[in-house]
Design a protein around this ligand. Structure first.
Ligand SMILES: Cc1ncc(COP(=O)(O)O)c(C=O)c1O
Length: 385
């Protein structure tokens, strides 16, 4: 849980509420022109209009900045809004974005839009991160990656990619949604910006959508400008739910990682499971790189292939009684879905299976349930295929 020096307003009685009040006001009265001047000059953290800033949102921004060891953080409406804000803020026509096939599926759509605006996009298979330097172009201005990646939990070395970015004169942006700040601090490893879909483990309860971008004060100022211009400001109620989620984040992240490790080890030995992708497994080829940049374990996400066909995987999922068949991740409940039919559905058919996802691949997000209940559920569902 985050406790840091607070400059939150006191109540009229001079004490401080334990929970940040939900401020629903869209605009704020200037008590005099001096206050207006101080706000516009940035001398005080005052408020004008919700699209600019909101006190409930601001408190959570400070919490997440603290968790990511950042100077500041901009929160916005969704994880994809956060990614898009980063692209809009730092890329222009003629620039090149170097990114990985192994990123969340919606990037494919956003990259098509970037190309319409004249930004070139170069895609690399995350298995090839050691050769990423070969893909850099003179106009490469940003490298964007996820590690562990969605959905196959491929690991990319952040320090290696920092060296590639530095040589190219590009910025390095890391989506830390799968790892979470419990396991990984990309800024400390050389990233310029860290992004979250706070919809996932930071919120943790399937009841809010939010995105977060953390980094230096200079980056905060630039991203704030973008948010204020395009209006991706989060509502105060969602910010309050997010504040509540953050209070138990470390407990949940610890339990999710322990459950994921137990599940991965169980599946790894099961004859009906052909492949398990979890960076914490002893024989994972990613384990050393993951171990060097992650701490307290390897996170709550994994992917595995059930039986031999899509029908086998569907029958397995249909037989689950404790786990839920649903998209999203990082929640208190264990969630499973088939990337081929969900997060990758709208990609061209050849891209859906070229980079390691198969028609029987299942993605699993470990929840915080009792591990025995989860292992028992897997056992009976695998029996049913
Ligand atoms: C790694 C990753 N980044 C970003 C996103 C997008 O987040 P949101 O759904 O909050 O827009 C997702 C969504 O699943 C994700 O898995």
């Amino acid at each position: 849980m985050v406790r840091h020096p607070s400059d939150e307003p006191l109540t009229p009685y001079g004490n401080r509420p334990m929970v940040t009040p939900i401020v629903n006001s869209v605009n704020y009265e200037y008590v005099d022109f001096d206050v207006l001047r101080q706000i516009t000059n940035g001398e005080i953290d005052g408020y004008t209009y919700h699209r600019d800033d909101n006190p409930t949102v601001r408190k959570v921004e400070k919490d997440i900045a603290h968790m990511e060891q950042a100077k500041d953080c901009v929160i916005c409406t969704t994880g994809m809004a956060a990614c898009t804000m980063v692209y809009l803020t730092y890329l222009k026509a003629g620039d090149n974005l170097l990114t990985f096939h192994d990123v969340y599926g919606a990037h494919y759509k956003v990259c098509l839009m970037l190309e319409r605006f004249g930004v070139g996009v170069t895609w690399i298979n995350a298995d090839e991160w050691r050769n990423a330097g070969d893909y850099v172009k003179p106009e490469t201005r940003m490298i964007f990656l996820e590690t562990p990646s969605n959905p196959l939990c491929k690991i990319v070395s952040i320090p290696h990619m920092k060296a590639v970015a530095e040589k190219a004169g590009a910025m390095l942006v890391v989506d830390n949604t799968f790892a979470t700040p419990y396991h990984q601090h990309p800024l400390a490893l050389g990233a310029d910006l860290v992004i979250h879909s706070a919809t996932k483990a930071l919120g943790g309860h399937n009841d809010l959508m939010a995105g977060a971008i953390a980094g230096s004060k200079e980056h905060y100022d630039k991203l704030w400008f973008t948010r204020q211009a395009i209006g991706t400001t989060l509502d105060a109620y969602s910010a309050s739910l997010l504040e509540r989620g953050l209070k138990t984040f470390h407990l949940r992240a610890k339990r999710m990682a322990a459950n994921a490790m137990a599940i991965a080890q169980y599946l790894h030995k099961h004859p009906k499971v052909a492949r398990v992708r979890y960076p914490g497994l002893e024989d994972s080829t990613d384990r050393d790189v993951a171990g060097a940049q992650m701490q307290h374990g390897f996170g709550g996400m994994m992917a595995f292939d059930v039986g031999k066909t899509q029908k086998h995987a569907e029958r397995f999922i249909n037989s689950l009684k404790v786990m839920y068949h649903a998209v999203s991740l990082g929640a208190t409940e264990t969630l499973v879905c088939m990337p081929y039919l969900t997060t990758m559905l709208y990609m061209p058919p050849e891209r859906r299976t070229t980079f390691g996802v198969r028609t029987n691949t299942v993605r699993l997000s470990a929840g915080v349930e009792e591990p025995d209940a989860l292992l028992g559920d897997l056992e009976q569902a695998l029996e049913a295929i």
